[in-house]
Design a protein around this ligand. Structure first.
Ligand SMILES: *Cc1c(COP(=O)(O)O)cnc(C)c1O
Length: 355
């Protein structure tokens, strides 16, 4: 095996997805998905043909949604493919590095490592905000900087002022990538408005979260036409399966965008309810401010809470091994019923006092 598997793959710590850890339950609050199923029916009789590279109608609809031009948009197989595509397009192995700001989404590190690209970490500060000075002082060999807004798993948005300062001082050969997977839950905080001003800014989006379509794998890269053109040349020839684009086109119809926004309001309402209720338990130490569809919670003993909930079929995401996140669990906001179930199990835990 040593002769077969390259060193950087042998030492890879793989992405631990909600599906890769082998536990089962009936209330899934671990993957930040929307808790409602979509009933979308598609008529499709062209499956013997390869799909269009970039289905026109799909790009048109997303262009209306984000109010950007056609040539500022590239559709990908989820935001995860976009993360990898950017590294493939702009980084040279043994030479270039990417920068990340942990605790953050793990796929930036995983994708870079798989492509044998070095990762420089500039941790967030105690308030989960950017360390601008450190970021700007460590740009040697950096090609891409990955930021996440709202950040996963902490849930907060980044200070506008910090991002603006970084962009202002960043040399143009270094690209700033802002992952806005959760932006619909905090839409006024998007950094889209900076795209027109900065040729080295890239924004990532997805239909997996607020649109409730994690199963179809559809994401978008937003940037200036020049960068999009380069990325088009590197992207695989058929990134969007025909059923995916059919469903995505329907989901992006203006009537369905209104429905998406209604679901977002519901989730925000349940989030408020959940925060209000669980902040009262003695074993909850702190609930971090959230601009997304999940909350990060610090417990007295996260492991105990996690396993207790697991016994009742409720699955959360354990974050306690991450930098700054000791004893923290991430809870996706589910339906009202799911939130209530979680609170009920917390009540049992409190009465049992077995913590
Ligand atoms: C879920 C998530 C993604 C992945 O999006 P897909 O479109 O499902 O690949 C990307 N970035 C962040 C921060 C996420 O939380």
């Amino acid at each position: 095996m040593k002769d077969l598997v390259p060193f950087h793959i042998r030492n890879l710590v793989p992405y631990e997805s909600a599906k890769s850890i082998n536990i089962t339950g009936n209330i899934l609050l671990n993957a930040n998905e929307l808790p409602w199923k979509k009933e979308i029916f598609i008529k499709n009789n062209l499956l013997n043909r390869y799909p269009d590279f970039q289905p026109i109608k799909l790009i048109q609809r997303y262009s209306n949604y984000v109010k950007l031009k056609f040539n500022n948009i590239l559709a990908t197989r989820g935001a995860d493919e976009a993360i990898e595509l950017l590294i493939k397009s702009f980084c040279t192995s043994q030479k270039d590095s990417i920068m990340i700001t942990p605790p953050t989404y793990d796929m930036y590190r995983v994708s870079a490592t798989i492509l044998n690209i070095k990762v420089v970490s500039i941790p967030l500060n105690k308030n989960f905000q950017l360390n601008c000075k450190e970021i700007l002082n460590n740009l040697v060999n950096i090609k891409l900087i990955y930021l996440c807004n709202p950040n996963n798993p902490t849930g907060n948005i980044l200070f506008k002022h910090d991002v603006e300062i970084i962009l202002k001082k960043l040399p143009l050969h270094i690209l700033l990538i802002i992952d806005e997977a959760y932006i619909e839950f905090s839409s006024k905080n998007s950094f889209i408005y900076l795209l027109a001003k900065h040729s080295n800014l890239i924004i990532l989006r997805t239909l997996s979260k607020a649109f409730g379509l994690a199963g179809i794998r559809c994401g978008f890269i937003l940037s200036n036409a020049k960068l999009i053109k380069i990325l088009r040349n590197v992207l695989n020839p058929y990134p969007i399966p025909t059923p995916t684009s059919s469903i995505a086109i329907t989901a992006l119809h203006k009537n369905n965008i209104v429905i998406m926004k209604r679901y977002v309001s519901l989730i925000l309402k349940y989030k408020k309810y959940l925060i209000n209720k669980i902040s009262q338990f003695y074993f909850v130490k702190c609930i971090y401010p959230s601009n997304a569809n999940f909350i990060l919670v610090k417990f007295i003993n996260a492991k105990l809470v996690f396993t207790h909930l697991l016994k009742y079929g409720i699955i959360l995401r354990d974050q306690s091994n991450k930098y700054l996140l000791k004893n923290c669990l991430r809870i996706s906001v589910g339906t009202q019923l799911e939130c209530q179930s979680l609170i009920n199990i917390f009540l049992i835990l409190e009465q049992g006092r077995d913590i």
